[in-house]
Design a protein around this ligand. Structure first.
Ligand SMILES: Cc1cc2nc3c(=O)[nH]c(=O)nc-3n(C[C@H](O)[C@H](O)[C@H](O)COP(=O)(O)OP(=O)(O)OC[C@H]3O[C@@H](n4cnc5c(N)ncnc54)[C@H](O)[C@@H]3O)c2cc1C
Length: 462
């Protein structure tokens, strides 16, 4: 068990690794311990900006031998704040951002400190892409290990469907390569099982020819009928088109007419990965659903689909992840009713129509097993003050229960907050959970990697 009272000699620790060790006395300590979600205020004993796999192996061994809690951080976006520990050691991958693209072979070796936008921008120089999520600053480490649902999900599947191999430092400090032939169980487990099995130092991805896309943002008024029709059109659309429908009050942004501010809207992020004419045709049914409040759909280079990031933005939010198999009249009425009842600064129900390439992979093939679910829903209330948390948590809990309405309880691991083991299990349906525990027991029997959506090894609490 971690001992929070243990101290670390920073100069001594620095002597053990090539990368920089940041301690509480350093001027940039506060900056270095900050993660994306707001309200996380943890003070690690040391943050190590590791330089290479050897550094990672040393830190893993030191943490194991010294009994320190270990946090592993790529882009720092974990909603539960798992990218930082109180009293333990952070392995911060931010300096490990090498990217080696084999243009002819259409593969890339990517170190796990890269962000989605960094990887995508470099690949786009060759007209190539691997799909990640909807936000450029998310780290490729966390998103890949949890699955990866993004703008190319229906055309090319999850991020893990393009993962060909991983180099990983396991709990005993060894550096292994896992792929379909070598350590196949470990390779199965890291494709959805999160950071439970070791520190991924680099990934080998498949790249697809994705030069320009037709996409961007389409803002429509939201009524229960329009939401339902949007989902129906998204399900009927060609697989080149992936959509993210954010049902929310229209924000007071410059492109939103003042009389629409605060009105319930669908802020849809659309991405058609195919020729421009076909893309225009695919957008037509959505544009016809209602007179758009704003229509910013256009041909663009793929990385431009990522909205610009606001540095220094650390939102607090009450979030629930779930899957739905249909969106009927009752569902859309529930969505509208609950969004209108929220007192959050921003309340949103996000609907992502899945299927296509993601559903063509067998649920047993990877630890992400929700392959047959049709729609991923994420509900969130974003707020400012810490004392608002209980009311938004209560709202999101009620909203999720109303929306689930008899559907199988399920979760996407990358959208889980700190919600307890039962919810982690809901990310791993059927036999997946037991199989993950077996692999965990083999590669991390003492649960060194536990500051995550944890899969406990056999012999520990479950
Ligand atoms: C604004 C926002 C938008 C998002 N959009 C999407 C989306 O469209 N699609 C989607 O699928 N997800 C999305 N996510 C969820 C995101 O995929 C997860 O939060 C993911 O865990 C973040 O990865 P990270 O590396 O940035 O986070 P971190 O906090 O650095 O890492 C999260 C966890 O992953 C593990 N981890 C990270 N890197 C490694 C590594 N190299 N080796 C071992 N373990 C590691 C650790 O357990 C760590 O605690 C979004 C999140 C946010 C905040």
């Amino acid at each position: 068990m971690p001992s929070k009272s243990k101290s670390i000699s920073i100069p001594q620790f620095q002597g053990e690794v090539k990368g920089r060790v940041i301690g509480p006395e350093d001027a940039d300590y506060d900056n270095a311990r900050t993660v994306f979600p707001g309200g996380i205020d943890r003070r690690p004993a040391a943050i190590v900006r590791v330089a290479d796999a050897m550094d990672i192996s040393r830190v893993v061994t030191l943490a194991r031998q010294g009994g320190f809690e270990l946090a592993v951080r790529s882009g720092g976006h974990s909603a539960a704040g798992h990218g930082v520990t109180d009293g333990g050691i952070v392995i911060d991958l931010a300096e490990m951002r090498a990217l080696d693209i084999d243009v002819d072979g259409r593969t890339a070796w990517a170190e796990t400190g890269l962000t989605a936008i960094e990887y995508s921008s470099a690949a786009a120089e060759h007209g190539l892409a691997t799909g990640f999520g909807d936000t450029g600053s998310v780290g490729i480490g966390g998103i890949t290990l949890g699955g990866g649902v993004g703008y190319l999900v229906r055309k090319y599947g999850l991020t893990i469907d393009d993962l060909l191999a991983v180099d990983i430092v396991t709990a005993d400090g060894s550096l292994l390569r896992a792929d379909v032939e070598s350590h196949p169980d470990l390779f199965w487990a890291v494709r959805g099982g999160g950071g439970n099995f070791g520190v991924a130092t680099r990934f080998k991805f498949r790249l697809h020819p994705v030069d320009s896309i037709v996409g961007g943002m389409l803002l429509l008024p939201a009524t229960p009928q329009i939401i339902r029709s949007f989902v129906a059109e998204a399900e009927a659309a060609p697989l080149e088109l992936s959509t993210i429908a954010n049902v929310m009050p229209a924000p007071p942004l410059p492109f939103v007419p003042a009389d629409q501010h605060g009105k319930l809207s669908i802020m849809a992020l659309m991405c058609f990965a195919g020729p421009p004419e076909a893309g225009e045709r695919a957008m037509a049914p959505f544009r016809a659903l209602a007179s758009p409040v704003a229509d910013m759909l256009r041909p663009m280079p793929y990385p431009e689909i990522y909205p610009p990031d606001e540095g220094g933005y650390h939102p607090r939010s009450a979030v629930r992840t779930m899957f739905l198999d249909s969106v009927d009249a009752a569902t859309t009425e529930t969505i509208v009713e609950h969004l209108q009842a929220s007192s959050a600064m921003m309340a949103v129900a996000q609907l992502r129509v899945l299927g296509g390439a993601m559903a063509e992979v067998s649920p047993n093939a990877t630890a992400f097993a929700h392959r047959n679910r049709r729609i991923m829903a994420t509900l969130a209330g974003v707020y400012q003050q810490p004392d608002e948390a209980p009311k938004h948590e209560e709202w999101v809990t009620r909203f999720a229960a109303a929306l689930r309405n008899g559907e199988l309880a399920a979760a996407y691991v990358n959208f889980l907050g700190d919600e307890g083991e039962e919810r982690v299990r809901e990310a791993y349906p059927g036999s997946t959970w037991d199989r993950l525990r077996t692999v965990k027991t083999q590669y991390d029997p003492t649960n060194l990697f536990r500051l995550n959506q944890n899969i406990p090894p056999d012999g520990t609490a479950s």
